[in-house]
Write a protein that binds this ligand. Structure first.
Ligand SMILES: [Zn+2]
Length: 94
């Protein structure tokens, strides 16, 4: 049941992301009516949707890279704990 919902959500998301691009391709050579052309207005909205999706995708990938960077730094063993006086004395004894 959960898999079916996931597939339906993926199909809807794919359609929402592809529909503006398909509309732009289909109406690129339309018979323009001038300043009040409704097709041009819809083309502008479709272009805006595509640009917004690209911005969201870029922001998400930047956030993912930042999270990986923070996790790598957090997972790295700290040397500060071994730089105590006791730790240095233990090292000098080796
Ligand atoms: Zn037009």
């Amino acid at each position: 049941m959960n898999s079916v919902r996931t597939r339906i959500a993926a199909l809807v998301l794919t359609f929402v992301l592809l529909a503006p691009a398909l509309f732009i391709v289909a109406e690129a050579q339309h018979d323009c009516q001038g300043d009040e052309c409704q097709v041009c207005q819809v083309l502008a909205i479709a272009s805006s949707i595509i640009q917004t999706a690209a911005d969201v995708s870029a922001a998400a990938s930047e956030a993912a890279l930042f999270a990986v960077f923070v996790l790598l730094i957090a997972a790295r063993p700290s040397r500060a704990a071994s730089n105590t006086l006791v730790g240095l004395k233990v090292r000098l004894d080796c």
